[in-house]
Design a protein around this ligand. Structure first.
Ligand SMILES: [Zn+2]
Ligand SMILES: [Zn+2]
Length: 327
């Protein structure tokens, strides 16, 4: 079921070259740059012009220029002239960028469920098709039932064993302070990214969904330094995503298991994987998923909790539960 790159030198050098679920890693690389994420989020809220992004996000001009250029370069946005002489531009989502919407919804659903404390979620979705207050659910594209990780089998796809696209190595550290993510708008997606948006935390969670539980095995599989591994395991434990459990008493040894909250990250993970497979794997997904309930290969779809139809950005309304500080 695993699909690790066979060249061990590659997997030593870079965790992203380990070819499991690597489509998800690619997606997280993009979303975990806090500023890029915020610009994308505002696009989903309808922002298009430079001044709109700037006033909504209150970012330094240069920071915004860099992120808009990067998003355009990555193919997530397109720059379109709109004035008579085409001297003024707006930034619109490309098909690829718009297709990140289900990922946003899946991350939002997790944040609403686990990270809103006793408050109601900051933003209530309304599905215009069924006209009901809706939440996102991750479902099987074959039978439309919601997905439980225990009902999924894996096998290598046509892209297995290929080296992941070379991502920007300089961004191995967090691009910005995690608190930046909640600027202006309280946001369940941002809260979720504060937990999984860090590359190492994300890779650990991914390994755990493949059944890896022990310190040595994490080290072996993702080539992580001992001190970083210790730190990330503590952080994930602190966030209530995993817990430590003894599996041997003399000498005492531990392994890590998901809490119900951690287990619930599975939906967002397979939705991100779908996006990476569709847009970043040249039509060759590294990993194929099979739903044991319906015995079909599937990809993750995000559907309405009320009517089970697939959710699209254009068909969603919002009810905000907070005041926008800037307009
Ligand atoms: Zn199914
Ligand atoms: Zn609906």
């Amino acid at each position: 079921m695993t699909a690790i790159a066979t060249d061990s030198n590659i997997s030593r050098q870079s965790p992203l070259s380990v070819d499991r679920f690597c489509s998800v890693a690619r997606t997280v690389e993009i979303l975990s740059d806090a500023w890029m994420f915020l610009v994308l989020r505002e696009s989903f809220f309808g922002a298009r012009r430079f001044e709109h992004f700037q006033s909504r996000l209150q970012l330094p001009r240069n920071t915004l220029v860099i992120r808009l250029n990067k998003l355009t370069e990555l193919g997530l946005m397109v720059k379109v002239g709109y004035s008579a002489g085409l001297t003024r531009f707006e930034y619109r989502l490309s098909d690829q960028g718009r297709d990140l919407y289900p990922t946003m919804l899946a991350l939002m659903q997790f944040g609403d469920r686990w990270l809103s404390g006793n408050e109601p979620p900051p933003l209530q979705l309304v599905h215009k098709v069924c006209e009901k207050e809706s939440s996102a659910q991750v479902a099987c594209s074959g039978c439309h039932a919601s997905i439980d990780p225990h009902d999924v089998q894996y096998r290598s796809g046509p892209g297995a064993g290929m080296q992941a696209r070379d991502l920007d190595r300089k961004r191995s550290r967090r691009a910005s302070d995690p608190e930046v993510l909640e600027r202006v708008r309280p946001c369940s997606v941002a809260r979720t990214l504060q937990i999984i948006g860090d590359r190492w935390s994300f890779l650990l969670i991914r390994e755990m969904f493949f059944g890896v539980r022990r310190f040595d095995a994490f080290q072996e599989n993702i080539g992580i330094a001992t001190n970083i591994l210790t730190d990330r395991l503590q952080r994930l434990t602190g966030h209530g995503i995993i817990h430590k459990q003894a599996y041997q008493s003399r000498p005492e040894r531990f392994e890590y298991r998901f809490t119900p909250k951690g287990h619930d990250l599975y939906g967002p993970m397979i939705v991100m994987m779908r996006w990476g497979d569709k847009w970043l794997s040249d039509g060759k997904p590294p990993l194929l998923l099979r739903h044991t309930q319906c015995q079909q290969d599937f990809y993750a779809q995000v559907v309405c909790s009320e009517c089970s139809q697939e959710l699209f950005a254009g068909e969603m309304g919002y009810r905000l539960r907070y005041d926008l500080t800037v307009e």
